[in-house]
Design a binder for this molecule. Structure first.
Ligand code: COA
Length: 228
């Protein structure tokens, strides 16, 4: 089902139930991405949303089964265990809403539907790749990394946990992207650059030198726009 391949796909097990955190626009978009995955309904099946906004239940395409902040994960049984997807765009939101479930031992699947050209990619759990993401060989990702559609990531790139890489971003080979970094659409990060933890790269910015932690960069060539 993903590059970790730690699921028995011999057909002997019923599909995993997968719960998607957030029935909002991005969560519903990730549902439609998931439904296009060849493994969907074979190895796993979207079973519901977790969202505290009760008003969304009336229109959500799957049942809303509870609030992710209070949801009680069923005690471990035999496989297939339920799995979770944290479909929230902001690093801080993914941290906040995944934390109570992680504390209960929940596992988050890597939704790799849109990942193309992957060779020897390693990642933790809870990563999401929307459609048409290109990634070079020997790339390393932490947990809960989000890569939006059409992003291009070079070889030997390292991306820290909870980072968000938005559409049409380009990250050159060997670049190192820290935890909780946001790379907004159409930004370019030249090869070998290090972007410090929690930095924000503005839309369309071109990053030509290492970026300190926590700053916001904009422009071409990008300059520091704001310190946290
Ligand atoms: C970098 C960013 C986060 C800063 O946001 P902000 O703090 O709200 O900044 P503002 O919009 O108030 O803009 C402040 C100044 O920076 C300029 N600016 C903002 N973003 C810029 C960018 N990406 N490139 C160049 N200049 C930019 C503005 O023109 C403005 O200049 P001014 O003071 O001369 O008028 C934001 O502009 C950005 O790039 N957001 C991307 C949002 C996006 O694409 N989201 C998609 C998610 S899927």
């Amino acid at each position: 089902m993903d590059v970790n391949g730690n699921h028995d796909d011999s057909g002997n097990l019923p599909p995993w139930d997968v719960f998607i955190i957030s029935a909002g626009g991005f969560g519903r978009t990730m549902l439609s991405t998931a439904l296009g995955d060849p493994d969907c309904n074979r190895l796993w099946r979207p079973a519901g949303f977790l969202d505290g906004r009760t008003a969304l239940a009336a229109t959500a395409p799957l049942p809303v089964l509870g609030d992710p902040l209070t949801y009680q994960v069923a005690p471990y049984r035999a496989p297939p265990d339920p799995m979770f997807v944290c479909a929230l765009g902001e690093p801080a939101m993914r941290r906040k809403y995944a934390a109570p479930l992680l504390a209960q031992g929940a596992r988050f699947m890597n939704l790799c539907t849109g990942l193309r050209g992957a060779a020897n990619i390693r990642m933790g759990q809870g990563c999401i790749f929307d459609r048409e993401v290109q990634m070079g060989a020997d790339t390393r990702l932490g947990d809960f990394v989000l890569v939006q559609s059409t992003a291009v990531i070079g070889y030997e790139v390292e991306i820290g946990s909870y980072a968000s890489i938005h559409s049409f971003a380009f990250i050159g080979g060997g670049a190192r992207i820290g935890e909780d970094v946001i790379v907004y659409p159409h930004a370019t990060i030249l090869p070998g650059i290090t972007v410090g933890r929690g930095a924000v790269i503005g839309a369309g910015s071109v990053i030509m030198a290492d970026v300190p932690p926590g700053v916001t960069m904009i422009g071409n060539p990008a300059k520091i726009f704001r310190f946290k």
